[in-house]
Each structure stands twice: as C-alpha cells, then as structure tokens.
Design a protein around this ligand. Structure first.
Ligand code: FES
Ligand code: FE
Length: 458
C-alpha cells in the first residue's frame, strides 16, 4: 500500500473516509485523480470489450476502447481472438479507421505500414530499399497487444500481465456462470452495441452499478406507477417488497442483487414456488431468456447448486468492477409467462467529465428467433440508450457531475452509511460477502473499497 497524495496535499483518505463511510463529491471531478485511475485501475483490471459472436469469421474485427486507448478486436485465420492497440508504431496514426469489418490485414493510411489480424507487422512499402528495420527487427514493429480472455464468449482484455482472469472474477464466478455459461451454445450478441456519450465522470454510473437498489424505488418509480414495467404499483411501498433478497459483493468489487424470482414476478402475476422441485420452478417461471426447451441444458452446464439458485433467487442486477453493469431482468408476456432482457453496459471513460455508455444486448444462441426478437425489444425499451429505465439514469448522472464543479458543492460528501454488515443466509452455497434482506449500501461501499484498494497500490 503506497497511499495516494494529490499535488495539493489531499490524500485518498481525505477523499474516501473509511470511518464515516463517505466519499467526497470532488472525486467525480478531478483531473489528477482521473490520470491515476487510468494507470492504476484501467490499465490493471480486465475490461469488457464485446462478444465473440460479433466477429464469427476469420478476419472479422470491431473497434473498441479500453478507457481512452482505442483497440482493434479481431479474429485471425486460426480463429483466435486478438486485442491490439489501434496505434501505428510508426508515427502514431490510427491503423484501422472503420468501426467494424473484415480484413486479413490492416494497412495504415499514413505511410502504408501493414499488420496482420493478430497484430504482427507484415511490412512497409518499398521495403527492399531497406527503408525500415535497420535498427529494429520486423518482430518488434507489430501492434501492441493486450492479454485476452473469453468468458462465456465475452471478450475481456487487460494490459496487466499479472492478473489471471480467475483471480479477477473470484467468488463472483459461481453467480456469473448462471448468466453467461448456462447453455450448450452460449450467448449471442444481438446486433452491434448501442452507444452514446454523457457529460459525467465514469464513477457516477460505475458506483451505481455496485447494485444501488434504492434508486429503483424512487428514480425509476414512474415505470411502476405508469404500468410500463407491467406492474400496478401506486406507492413506493408496493414496490419495496421486490427489493428483498440477497445482495452480495466480492473483494474484487463485483456485486450482485439476487432477488427471489417468484417474489419479483408477483409485481406482474401470482406465482408461488411453495413445495415445488427446482425443475418444476423452472418450468413455472423460466429465468429471463431461457425457454422450456433450454431447461435441460441448464442441468448439463451448471452445478446443481447453481441451477437451484438460478431457478429460485437468481442474480438480476449488479456490476463487475470497474465499469460493467449487469441487467438480467424479467419482462412479463401477455400470456402470463416471462421472457426477459439480458444486457451489459460498460461505462468507458473519455476524460474526467465524459463517459461513453455502451449497451450490449444478448440472448441464448439456441433460443428461437421470436424469443431473440423479444429479448432485443425488451432490452432496447428498458435498458437501451433511449430506454425507459436509462432515460432516468442518463438525466441524473450529468446533474451530479454539474454539482461536482461548484466550489462549495465539491465539499459535500456522498453517504454510504446504510450498512448492515454481512451475514450468510442458512443453506446459501455461493461465496462472497452476503447481505440478506432489504437493499442497502453494503455492496456500493464494497465497490468503493475495491476502488480504494487499487488506487493505493503503487
Ligand atoms: Fe502508420 Fe506511418 S503512421 S505508417
Ligand atoms: Fe438506474
């Protein structure tokens, strides 16, 4: 632990008060802190870039960002996926200028250096004149590569040589497998991601992804009041029962809110799991995105304990540190059943006061086309960039940002004192710190502690 002191003498402990459980609003608007975050967080953790189904064929590529570093995500001839910095090692030009496409070689438009889909240097024009390569060999002139890991087909990358993906995931794996690794063919990404840029710091949506349950009841209350989510709630008390469940966090900063399926669904229709087997529960109320035909696959791909949890008290919302939101929500159908929405957001920093909101939408690859269409529609109208839920959030975050600029306003602290401490519910199998009952601040505070931990490591 090397601590962290800014040039004006402010320390990380002045900004994050671990005794009071408060965070200074200044953290949302500080250029120096932002630069440290780029180095100590975004260059050190694993970052989500997309899904392998976006680039199914050899040569397919998409352009993405690891914080402010633009990268090419491409599939080579052998099928392997590579992530490389989209910066020409010659004089720094963007090598690839298209958002997506298919190419077995990328040629820089500036002076024509060319690179293979795995980032290796092919050559430069008029090479026989020995214009390049006198001091550096060809093998030194490739694009800079990140380490890649595929998890449930999700493409993660990091610049950190010393953080195995399993270590990054930690005990969250037991729960996340239930969302991403549950069927034989796995997930499919439905179309390219939706993207828009918001005028706010990445940590405003980032810490909210640490499973902020409270704001669902207030900020998003009009969804329930207006029946847009299918519910009929007239007051905050009608929706509050939906906020009981088990929240959890792991030291890596990942958090999840596991809500009882039958209880959440009661907002839409009466369902009871009493006296039913796991299989009967699954047939009565299949988890979002799972059709009855896919149920046997759950037993094949997951452990008995994982299936039981997915059927009865599935993870529904949460986040992966530092900047991923997970939304895995029930959407009622007119026939009384449930389909759902499965989407992931990343909040990609674009400067201390700008964030790119990227929305990835999924369905099971083996689901019928009409279910995929349903999942796509649900995700767009709810958690999409113009969705009913995200319009509320996208209006709130910039207003917090605006406040972080005021001389007096930045002396205000954010409060995380609704802490109950962890407690393992009887019979609970998965790991992590568990917070049963009503939604509270424990998981978001765990998010800040993961932030503190990384920011104070030299
Ligand atoms: Fe790319 Fe010169 S900058 S070839
Ligand atoms: Fe929200």
């Amino acid at each position: 632990n090397s601590g962290l002191t800014l040039t004006d003498g402010t320390t990380i402990d002045d900004l994050i008060d671990r005794d009071m459980n408060e965070v200074s609003l200044r953290v949302m608007n500080d250029k120096e802190l932002y630069e440290v975050e780029m180095e100590r967080i975004f260059a050190r953790t694993w970052l989500l870039l997309g899904h392998e189904t976006e680039i199914p064929k050899a040569g397919d590529y998409v352009m993405r960002d690891m914080a402010e570093d633009n990268v090419i995500v491409s599939r080579d001839r052998s099928g392997e996926i590579h992530v490389m910095l989209n910066v020409c090692p010659h004089r720094g030009m963007k090598v690839c200028t298209a958002e997506a496409g298919n190419a077995h070689a990328h040629r820089c438009i500036y002076h024509g250096w060319a690179f293979r889909a795995d980032g290796s240097f092919i050559g430069a024009p008029i090479e026989k004149e020995q214009m390049h390569g006198n001091k550096r060999g060809k093998d030194e002139l490739g694009l800079k590569k990140a380490k890649v890991h595929l998890y449930g087909g999700l493409i993660f990358a990091t610049w950190n040589e010393d953080l195995p993906f399993e270590e990054y995931l930690g005990d969250a794996k037991f729960y996340l497998d239930q969302l991403f690794c549950r069927t034989d063919s796995g997930l499919e990404m439905l179309g390219p991601p939706q993207r828009f840029v918001l005028p706010c710091n990445w940590k405003i949506p980032g810490e909210q992804s640490g499973s902020d349950g409270f704001h669902t009841l207030t900020l998003h209350r009009s969804l329930m009041e207006g029946g847009i989510m299918g519910g009929t709630a007239e007051s905050i008390y009608d929706t509050a029962p939906g906020m009981y469940g088990v929240d959890l966090s792991v030291p890596q900063g990942h958090t999840l809110r596991c809500l009882e399926a039958a209880q959440t669904f009661k907002m839409f229709a009466d369902v009871s799991f009493e006296g039913k087997s796991v299989e009967e529960c699954l047939h009565l109320l299949p988890p979002p995105g799972i059709t009855k035909d896919l149920i046997p696959q759950l037993f094949k791909n997951l452990s008995e304990d994982q299936v039981k949890q997915l059927a009865t008290i599935p993870p529904q919302v949460g986040g992966m540190f530092p900047n991923i939101l997970i939304a895995f929500i029930f959407a009622p159908r007119a026939d009384g059943g449930a389909s759902g929405a499965l989407s992931l957001h990343t909040y990609v920093p674009k400067g201390p006061d700008r964030v790119e909101f990227v929305n990835f939408i999924f369905a099971e690859k083996d689901a019928p086309e009409d279910v995929k269409r349903d999942m796509l529609q649900n995700a767009i109208w709810s958690t999409g960039t113009s969705g009913t839920i995200e319009q509320d959030d996208a209006d709130t975050w910039p207003q917090i940002m605006r406040n972080s600029r005021g001389h007096m306003s930045k002396t205000i602290t954010l409060k995380y004192q609704a802490l109950h401490g962890h407690e393992r519910p009887e019979g609970w199998v998965g790991g992590g710190d568990l917070y049963p009952g009503f939604t509270k601040d424990d998981t978001q505070w765990a998010w800040w502690m993961a932030y503190y931990d990384l920011m104070t490591r030299a």
